[in-house]
Design a protein around this ligand. Structure first.
Ligand code: URA
Length: 235
């Protein structure tokens, strides 16, 4: 089925609701939210669609870089609240993300969920995506060109649709992919950068934090909480 034009549909819905007697301001707000949900649904559909789907009338699914055919089970789109004011961007799906189709669903993701439990907006209230939508074979580090391609093809569309006020790059690879000139994560975490005019701050990747031990674990863990609080306070 051809995807309808969202703006046209929303104009039609708004007109009918105002005709019904609802206040234009309330209608406008609701319609904007619906439009965002629809755009989100179309985008998820686009990212996850098999590359050889012939029935689809909109753009075929992504096959822009070699990773999609390297053995990944599926594409893993961003997940969460499409109206979130804050967007978390990690590196790419790992083993469990590839199985369940949701970013940060494995052990590192569980740590991230736990961190967010201490924040004003919890995991279910935010949107979490990755630079890469497909899992590179054997968890290899993605090539900069692969990151660039996936960002242009997928992530930038997610960013546009969500319209976050703040972005958080989760880990060194996401930071380098989004802000190529940034210093390493140890020097950059807690500092502010700008991605397409959106303030962006990096935090340590939970997988890195989980590899630390003893006093060093406590130190980086506390640092992450400070960096996260700083990101939220910018909202
Ligand atoms: N690490 C990431 O960067 N992203 C995930 O989705 C999972 C682990």
């Amino acid at each position: 089925m051809t995807a309808p034009n969202i703006s046209t549909l929303m104009e039609e819905f708004a007109r009918r609701l105002v005709q019904n007697g609802y206040r234009p301001e309330s209608v406008k707000r609701a319609v904007a939210k619906q439009a965002r949900l629809m755009a989100h649904s179309l985008l998820i559909d686009y990212i996850t669609r098999p590359q050889d789907c012939e029935e689809c009338s909109v753009t075929p699914g992504c096959s822009s870089c070699p990773i999609h055919s390297e053995g990944a089970t599926r594409r893993v789109p961003g997940h969460g609240n499409p109206s979130s004011p804050i967007l978390f961007v990690g590196e790419g799906p790992g083993e469990h993300e590839d199985i369940f189709g949701i970013p940060f669903i494995g052990i590192a993701g569980t740590a991230l969920t736990m961190w967010l439990e201490k924040m004003p907006l919890k995991r279910e209230q935010v949107y979490i995506a990755n630079v890469l939508k497909c899992r590179p074979k054997g968890n290899r580090t993605p090539q900069p060109e692969e990151c660039r391609t996936c960002i242009e093809t997928n992530l930038n569309r997610e960013i546009k649709m969500i319209g976050p006020r703040v972005m958080v790059a989760v880990g060194a690879v996401a930071l380098k992919a989004l802000i190529p000139d940034a210093p390493g994560i140890t020097a950059s975490h807690g500092k502010w950068f700008s991605y397409r005019d959106i303030p962006l701050t990096p935090i340590f990747h939970p997988a890195y934090v989980l590899r630390q031990q003893g006093a060093q674990f406590t130190k980086v863990n506390q640092q992450v909480y400070r960096d996260l609080m700083q990101a939220y306070s910018r909202l």
